[in-house]
Design a binder for this molecule. Structure first.
Ligand SMILES: C[S@@+](CC[C@H](N)C(=O)[O-])C[C@H]1O[C@@H](n2cnc3c(N)ncnc32)[C@H](O)[C@@H]1O
Length: 182
């Protein structure tokens, strides 16, 4: 009986890892959560106000959305996550936080984000160019975009902040859309 349960759990674990791998091949962005300390710094850096609408695109386990909503109760927090296993983990965290957060399963490239006042990103250099084109089409003037580590090539940031990382220091980049060419 115990062996059956253990084998079942092992199968589930291997399935979850395999499925995460499949979605990584598709998006080329792995699930690497921002540390709690850096999440707090990102939210602080964003200088969120009143009733702003805040997104995390590729929201992972929803920790950034939870931190933002915990500190700024007036905001609307929204996020998309494409990897099913990671999404379920995020959904669990959102439910446990008891905070009203719009956390959805899906590909953010297929969702409209034109209501954003602030967008958090922690993705990969490969997708930043395509995302800049999406932002050029959709974002209203003055929308803040905060990217952890990776910058937009050929776009000028309006601010940076250095944060502690496991291996030394990394940067947060702040852009204001429409971001000027550098
Ligand atoms: C590096 S993790 C960051 C997670 C979270 N934003 C954080 O800072 O803790 C990037 C996440 O983006 C997700 N992702 C990548 N491409 C995506 C897409 N097109 N649509 C939705 N989610 C995506 C990945 O599955 C992964 O969980």
């Amino acid at each position: 009986m115990l062996l059956d349960i253990l084998v079942g759990l092992l199968v589930l674990l291997v399935g979850a890892i395999a499925m995460t791998g499949v979605f990584y091949c598709f998006t080329m962005v792995p699930y690497v959560p921002t540390s709690s300390k850096v999440s707090r710094q990102m939210v602080d850096f964003a200088g969120l106000k009143g009733g702003e609408t805040v997104y995390d695109l590729g929201a992972g386990d929803a920790r950034l959305l939870i931190e933002a909503k915990r500190v700024h109760r007036g905001i609307t927090a929204k996020g998309y996550e494409i990897s099913p296993v990671v999404y379920l983990l995020g959904l669990y965290h959102v439910r446990r936080s008891k905070l009203p957060i719009h956390f959805s399963f899906g590909n953010f490239f297929h969702r409209d984000v034109s209501d954003a006042d602030c967008i958090f990103l922690y993705l990969m250099p490969e997708v930043m160019g395509k995302l800049a084109e999406k932002f050029d089409r959709e974002l209203k003037p003055g929308t803040k975009v905060i990217s952890n580590v990776f910058r937009f090539k050929d776009r000028s940031p309006v601010g940076t902040r250095e944060v502690e990382w496991i291996s030394g220091k990394r940067k947060l980049w702040m852009y204001e859309w429409p971001a000027k060419s550098s």
